[in-house]
Design a protein around this ligand. Structure first.
Ligand code: DC
Length: 228
């Protein structure tokens, strides 16, 4: 069967990664979580004091982007963790502070150009499921299958809260909802590659879908695409 590129874009906390990871496992494809790359860059910048509550040192960040080494390394269970300059930071990049930082560094052109370059290299041999915000529009505009995932902000905040709690991270529903809305606003309105549905993307609104129902929709789209 021909290998294809699957691009999954959409709002934050929509369940993109769960869906993309499951499809990759079923298809025997590589899964790449591009949000983890922006998060790892944000963690690096937070540690260096280049992002603070009120300010971001864009020039410092742009100047240092090529010295930030990112890798995905396989875990024993078949999943992959993100490593930042030789350190496994998978657990540290999921906090609200890093979420906010990632949404901010992702507005910087030099950061986007470098991460997009790395992502395009990962797709050279196809057989890849990549999720993010600009995969179908900028990283792989030629992707054979594009999906745009969406759900109401409230349901996304509820799901994110459960995810945070399961990792032992304390947060209130109000804080998580505000974080989700703020990131939507920034993702949609930044000048550099704003979150947009590609013209040829299939929209899945999963507000009222169970994970299995949404997976079935994606599986059908995938099989139809590889069958062509
Ligand atoms: O998918 P996520 O929530 O882990 O992404 C974290 C942030 O990174 C999010 O606010 C938007 C940004 N991002 C992006 O701009 N482009 C991508 N391809 C992936 C993520």
């Amino acid at each position: 069967m021909n290998k294809i590129i699957v691009a999954i874009d959409g709002y934050s906390s929509c369940g993109k990664s769960t869906m993309a990871r499951r499809l990759a496992r079923e298809a025997g494809y590589v899964y790449v979580d591009t949000g983890a790359m922006y998060r790892a860059v944000a963690l690096y910048c937070l540690r260096n004091g280049w992002i603070t509550a009120g300010a971001m040192e864009e020039e410092q960040i742009s100047d240092h982007i090529s010295s930030i080494r990112l890798e995905f390394r396989l875990r024993g269970d078949g999943g992959a963790d993100i490593w930042l300059n030789g350190e496994n930071v998978e657990a540290q990049i999921r906090s609200l502070e890093v979420s906010d930082g990632a949404s901010r560094v992702s507005t910087i052109g030099a950061v986007r150009r470098e991460l997009v370059r790395q992502q395009q290299l990962m797709g050279l041999e196809k057989g890849i499921v990549m999720d993010g915000r600009d995969i179908g529009t900028v990283v792989f505009p030629q992707a054979e299958l594009k999906v745009f995932l969406t759900a109401s902000a409230e349901i996304r905040a509820q799901r994110r809260l459960i995810e945070l709690q399961s990792k032992g991270i304390e947060a209130s529903f109000e804080d998580v909802l505000a974080n989700v809305k703020e990131r939507d606003e920034r993702d949609e309105n930044r000048t550099e590659s704003p979150l947009r549905k590609a013209a040829d993307a299939h929209v899945i609104d999963n507000t009222d879908l169970s994970p299995d129902q949404q997976q079935e929709l994606l599986r059908e789209l995938f099989l139809k695409t590889v069958g062509n």
